[in-house]
Design a protein around this ligand. Structure first.
Ligand code: GCO
Length: 434
């Protein structure tokens, strides 16, 4: 069996809003509770990780993992603009301490999709002022916690807004055909298999009109520019600037910290002749055009879940009979190795797989996925590519954004009526690689 070296960062990942519960000052919470919501259900108590983190971290340690990637919630730390909540920081200090007591390296993400409501009222992730606001939040966090940390991801999936914009464009074009399909399926809203995050695009687009008025009431603006909104080209670069500003603050206050951002990366494959320009264009949008903004970073967080296929007219459907995940994209763990190799050609820092996983109710398929994915990682390391870690998505079954609790990505199941943790075999399987 493959074993990684003792210093390899082997662990699991979560995001605050998806696991903590009662993230009441965040834009996601507000959107979940709107009349014209595109969320399948609200997050509510989530899996109560805010109170049960000790139990969860202990389970990781018991399984043999040595790294926990989790995010700090900006909306908890700065619930009102310029007002910081000491208690929230002390909570995260406790989480970090608990990790260390259990031999686990805490890898912190400063922003994982959810933002404070007040930020959205100022124009959110399309407003230039967000760069400064994010830097100020980062300064507060690093002043308080910087000495305790070795790894910080500034922004999770910095390219998500652009990916969503591209998909929305495609949806607009296919709207009529798509609606007919939904009706034929008895009104069932299929998961979109082309983006690595749970969103209900069809419903979002249909509700647009009524949402504008409600947005005004809830956020003070008609158009909500949250992190996973369809990003403009300017907004896309703004995210890079926010990353750079945060990185500068971290390097000023705590130069020992390794800093990077994370990107959602598909394995672009040319499946039919003539697909090359389409695959190249997508890779340019998803990865290459960010290089000037991240090239000096200590590491890049690689997040991969599946592949994308291209032919002479653009994107192709998955092959007939392909195994599909709950997210409606292909079960294809080989994608990770391909993506790492491709990224390593251009990015010169270390690589950390900050997310990789599969939504399935069959844990034996998760085990099969991990086996293949980690074999790919090992091949890359053996070929001299500096892959320093692998964090599986996710530690626990959790709140998959607009898809609610229907997607099970976890190494640990949670009975949400009692919040009981039920470790799956895959948790111990992952731990056995060290
Ligand atoms: C992501 C997100 C996670 C998702 C995961 C599964 O970074 O896309 O970081 O929040 O839950 O990707 O879809």
């Amino acid at each position: 069996m493959i074993k990684f070296s003792k210093d390899f960062l082997l662990g699991a990942a979560t995001a605050a809003h998806q696991v903590e519960g009662n993230n009441t000052n965040s834009d996601c919470w507000a959107m979940e509770h709107m009349e014209h919501t595109s969320y399948a259900e609200p997050s509510l108590d989530a899996v109560d990780h805010y109170n049960r983190y000790k139990e969860d971290i202990k389970l990781m340690a018991k399984a043999g993992l040595n790294t926990y990637r989790f995010s700090l919630e900006w909306a908890r730390i700065e619930p009102e603009e310029g007002h910081f909540n000491e208690e929230a920081i002390e909570h995260y200090r406790d989480v970090i301490r608990c990790c260390k007591e259990n031999g686990i390296e805490p890898m912190v993400t400063l922003h994982h999709f959810s933002s404070p409501v007040w930020l959205i009222g100022k124009g959110g992730w399309e407003a230039t002022s967000t760069v400064e606001d994010f830097a100020r939040y980062t300064r507060y966090v690093i002043e308080k916690l910087g000495s305790e940390l070795h790894y910080v991801c500034t922004i999770n999936e910095a390219n998500m807004g652009l990916q969503i914009a591209a998909i929305a464009e495609r949806y607009k074009r296919q709207m009529m055909a798509q609606m007919a399909k939904v009706q034929a399926a008895g009104g069932k809203d299929d998961a979109d298999g082309t983006v690595q995050v749970g969103i209900n695009l069809q419903k979002m687009m249909a509700d647009q009109q009524a949402t504008a008025e409600e947005n005004k009431k809830v956020f003070g603006v008609e158009k909500v520019e949250n992190f996973t909104s369809m990003r403009t080209k300017e907004g896309d670069i703004l995210v890079m600037k926010a990353h750079q500003a945060a990185k500068a603050v971290i390097k000023e206050l705590a130069p020992h910290i390794q800093v990077g951002l994370t990107l959602s990366l598909h394995d672009m494959q040319v499946a039919e002749e003539g697909g090359e320009p389409f695959a190249e264009k997508e890779w340019e949008d998803e990865f290459t055009h960010y290089l000037p903004y991240i090239q000096g970073d200590d590491f890049l967080g690689v997040q991969n879940y599946t592949r994308s296929l291209f032919g002479p007219n653009g994107g192709l459907p998955y092959p007939e009979g392909a195994e599909m995940t709950q997210m409606n994209y292909e079960f294809y763990p080989e994608a990770l190795e391909h993506v790492i190799r491709k990224v390593a050609k251009d990015f010169k820092g270390d690589l950390i797989v900050t997310e990789n996983g599969v939504a399935t109710s069959d844990d034996s398929r998760r085990i099969a996925f991990i086996e293949k994915a980690l074999a790919g990682v090992k091949n890359c390391i053996d070929d001299g590519i500096p892959v320093k870690g692998y964090c599986h998505w996710s530690l626990m079954d959790n709140f998959e954004w607009q898809k609610g609790y229907s997607m099970t990505f976890g190494l640990i199941a949670v009975d949400r009526t009692t919040q009981t943790r039920i470790p799956k075999e895959s948790l111990f399987y992952l731990g056995s690689f060290r």
